[in-house]
Design a protein around this ligand. Structure first.
Ligand SMILES: NC(=O)c1ccc[n+]([C@@H]2O[C@H](COP(=O)([O-])OP(=O)(O)OC[C@H]3O[C@@H](n4cnc5c(N)ncnc54)[C@H](OP(=O)(O)O)[C@@H]3O)[C@@H](O)[C@H]2O)c1
Length: 320
């Protein structure tokens, strides 16, 4: 099979198209003939080595989610899966390939009306956005700010907040053009990356979903309402400053809550159920999969260069 290997930690040029023996599913696993492969910010972080401290590998096939047809099952897996079209989570590796292996526990059947490209575009990102809002105890009528809204997780968080009856949906993004596109998804206030916006911005939000973290994170404590909740789900701009904790305690009179959220803490059956529900919502036309571009698998380097250049709005999908 053809696959894309991340040969060493580094830039997009470390990705190489290689021919490998076809994999075989072990007990509990399925083999999928891929039809679409998701490309996300987390792939870029794994490729670069930024997540090496968490044990992410190098010298492996990159990619964590695929959609296609189940071509085989390992021991203990219901053979009725064979021939079914499904989305699957491959973990931290194995997705950028014509054939992928995944745990059968991650499989989500594709509903009629949802394309494989839309499935890998929503997939993990939509699931993370859903659980992050729940982790923040977001309730109808509350205001929500999504920091890093133009990415895979953000474009769904904006839509879910708007559909969930948010009183206001703020976004941070890097250009007015992106702001306009985010308004089309349900944003009502557009801020720049530093949190500056038009004069009519509400001073603060009940919930901040933060995909950016980095040096500017503490300045967003000032954007929280009393009893507001900030949930960090990503760190596209790196770690917050060393005095971040002190700045949080200094703002103690807001009674704010700061939390992190990782989908790793959500049991797989719950992840599957949420993903299936989000797919059904998209198939009904009530949730948009924001596809930046579809590229052939052997253009994975180009896909990563576009991510590095900050060009991607939503997500790129690869097709074998
Ligand atoms: N919590 C979980 O379970 C979980 C699961 C998967 C991934 N993640 C994490 O989520 C992050 C990836 O999320 P994603 O796929 O949505 O990201 P993404 O699509 O790559 O981009 C997110 C957005 O962040 C903004 N951004 C990028 N660099 C920035 C910077 N230096 N300063 C300010 N804004 C910046 C960009 O928008 P603008 O240019 O418009 O500002 C970009 O569109 C990673 O940190 C990953 O580890 C978490």
């Amino acid at each position: 099979m053809k696959a894309v290997m991340a040969q060493t930690f580094g830039g997009p040029e470390t990705l190489a198209v290689v021919d490998l023996p076809d994999p075989s599913p072990r007990a509990g696993q399925v083999l999928i003939t891929t039809e679409a492969i998701g490309v996300g910010g987390v792939d870029a972080l794994i490729r670069s080595g930024a997540l090496a401290a968490y044990g992410t590998p190098s010298g492996h096939i990159l990619g964590s989610e695929v959609a296609g047809t189940v071509a085989g099952v390992g021991e203990g897996v219901d053979p009725a899966w064979v021939g079914q079209r499904a989305w699957a989570f491959t973990g931290e590796s194995g997705g950028y390939a014509e054939l992928a292996i995944a745990s059968s526990e991650t499989l989500v059947p594709l509903p009629a009306g949802l394309s494989v490209v839309d499935a890998v575009t929503l997939g993990s990102s939509a699931m993370v956005a859903h659980f992050a809002l729940r982790h923040a105890h977001f309730a109808r009528g509350e205001s929500v700010l999504v920091r890093g809204a133009a990415g895979g997780i953000g474009v769904v968080a904006v839509q879910l907040a708007a559909r969930g009856g948010a009183g206001a949906v703020g976004v941070t993004t890097s250009s007015a053009e992106r702001g306009d596109r985010l308004r089309g998804l349900g944003a009502t206030r557009v801020l720049d990356r530093a949190g500056r916006g038009a004069d009519d911005d509400p001073a603060a939000y009940d919930v901040i979903i933060d995909i950016v973290a980095g040096p500017d994170l503490p300045s967003f404590f000032g954007r929280l309402e009393p009893n507001g909740r900030m949930v960090v789900v990503g760190a596209m701009a790196g770690m917050p400053p060393a005095d971040f904790g002190a700045q949080m305690v200094t703002a103690f009179r807001k009674s704010m809550s700061f939390a992190t959220f990782s989908a790793d803490t959500v049991p797989m059956p719950d992840r599957r159920a949420a993903t299936a529900e989000l797919f059904a919502t998209a198939a009904r036309g009530e949730l948009e999969a924001v596809v930046h571009e579809v590229l052939p698998l052997d253009k994975a380097v180009s896909a990563h260069q576009k991510m590095e250049a900050g060009e991607v709005f939503g997500r790129i999908a690869l097709t074998p």
